[in-house]
Structure formats: structure tokens, C-alpha cells
Design a protein around this ligand. Sequence first.
Ligand code: PLP
Ligand code: COI
Length: 355
Amino acid sequence: MKITVEQIPEQELKPKFQDASQLGFGRIFTDRMFTMRYINNAWTEPKIEKYKKFNLDPSACVFHYSQEIFEGMKAYAAEDGRILLFRPEQNVRRMNKSAERLVMPTIPEEDMLQAITELVLAEKEWLPRAAGTSLYIRPTMIATEAFLGVHPSTEYTFFIILSPVGAYYKEGFKPVKLYVEDTFVRAAVGGVGDIKTGGNYAASLMAGYRAQQKGFSQVLWLDAKERKYVEEVGAMNMFFVFGNKLVTPALTGSILPGITRASVLELAKYLGLEAEERAISIDEVIEGISSGSITEAFGSGTAAVISPVGSLTYKEKEYVINGNQVGNVTQQLYDTLVNIQYGRQADPFGWVREI
Ligand code: PLP
Ligand code: COI
């Protein structure tokens, strides 16, 4: 694919962030974005252009029926100057899976990877280098046809924006408190919970908002049918540690198949831990925390990395895990994962891709 690159006059470039340790998540965007349009059954006009507002018809399908999908991935600055992506082909594949589910056009894998790579290289001055920071990459596709009938759009825009980021949670790498939601649900089997579409996040806002009002970081979702089995957290998959065994909810169709989740499962085996994917009920979790058989819990995600979970609150009662401290297993998995992502340690899995 031939990508057109628009030149931006020096004086129009934005001032860069001052202190990379204060970045937070997702508020600052770089100078350029990638865009490509789908019209007449073909992707056209791939370009890297100045980051700017869209000009869309108010009747565009995306505004009315949420035909939208996205991905989340990161570029990491290695100490020796290399720029590294982590399993980018997995994000590209998941983006196309999301596209198929919402009857949107797919993009050839090598074209999407090329667009990501060229944009990140064009914006490499924006790659933060402070500990725990990275350049977050947000590929997105929206339905742009101007028509109010409910049908798959005939026109789309695919774009990629970049945001220099630090920790997703204000706590950083400190245990977060989760609220176990037993009224609202995020997604049901047969729905779209296993793809990355904005509607899943819209559906989660009310529960998340109420939990935040009460001082929780996020909600832990239960299954839609019985409110009995643990599913996932708003922006991460969930792991429970029973001594040297990890248990994570099996992929039932309503939770997102996280790329960090899949990596943690492989890393666990590599580090000599057992790892199990199965149904785990909230009753088993509460019993496990109370009896001490659950020794640690953490979430996994691109933005969240590995986030220790310090307590679960279920039916108005708080259950503290590992004295609200980061446990050894969580710490070891975190260290190994980020060392691989930042190129500080050999990558025995072939996950890291230098661009
Ligand atoms: N679950 C949800 C709902 C998410 O939004 C995310 C973030 O992408 C994850 C899990 C973790 O997925 P991944 O590890 O691929 O980032
Ligand atoms: C990610 O981890 O990349 C996500 O997409 C989570 C997002 C909701 C911040």
C-alpha cells in the first residue's frame, strides 16, 4: 500500500509534553494521524496527515447505531533506542474479527500493520521514555454513510491516532479496589462482548460511574444469565492466584479475548506456574479470599498492563486480598511482561517486533 504523507509546517507542530512521568492516560494526542476511506467497496486514499477534526454528516450511521470498532496497542521505547511493538499482528487480527462481526470491511493484515508502523515512525519524537510510559495506538473504524435506515453502512473511515501515556489507573502499579456488579451486565453470550466495539463500553458506563462515586476503580462483571460467574473488568481480563496456580475465566463469547491475557497464560507456564481457563463463580472467589486459598488477584490489559487487585466488594462487603499488597506472583508476571515489552529481557516467544 502506498501511503501519502502530508508535510506539516514546523510552526504548526504542537508543543510536546513537558514531564513524561505526569502523562496519565489518553488526553494528549500527537501531530499526525493515519486515515483511509472505504467507498465503492474499496479502501482508498491511505494517508498520514495532520491530526484534525472530522467533517461528518450528522446522519452518519456511527452516530445513530454505533457501527464502530477499535483496538488498543502500544509502542515501547527500548533503552538502546529501538522502537518495539508487542504482538501487533494479534491486534490486527482482532480488529478484523470485530469488523466481520459488525458487517464492516476488513483490512489486509499487512496494510494495517504498515499503517501502524509508518505512523509510529513518523511520530517517534512523541514516544515517551520515562519508566512505565509508552505511545498508545488507537486504530478505529467508523461507519460514515449518511442514512438513517438500520443497515450495514456502505462507507467507512479507518483511522489511527496516537497518545503518549503513563499508567491507566491513577493508582499506578498499586492494588485497585473493584466493585462486583450484581445488577447491571456488560455483555451476554451471543452479543458483541467478545469484540472491541464502543457499545460495550457505553453499556458499562452507568455501573462504572456508580462504582466510581463509591470510590472504586472499576467494576468486576458477572455473567449476564445468572450473575454467578466472574467475567472481566471494564478494561482488563481477570486472574486469580491460588498459590502457584492461576485461574482466569474461560472465553465464553461474552468477554474480550485479551492479548495480554493470552500472553500471561503463556508466561505463567514459562515461569513454572500452572494456568487454568475455566468458569469461576463469584462464590468460589469470595470463599477463596476468605479462606486464604486465593493468595493474589490481578487484571491484565494493554492500557492496564498487569494491575494488582487489592479488594473486591460484593453485596456491600469488602474482601481484602493479600493485605492489599502486590503479591509475588503478580510482581513476577508484571516484571517479566514489561521487561519483554521494553526489550530489557530476551523474548523467548517472538512477541516483540522492532519497527
Ligand atoms: N477486556 C476489555 C473489556 C478491554 O477493553 C480490554 C482492553 O483492551 C481487555 C479486556 C484487555 O485486552 P488486551 O490485553 O488485548 O488489551
Ligand atoms: C486497552 O487496554 O487498550 C483498552 O482498549 C482499554 C480501554 C478501554 C482503555
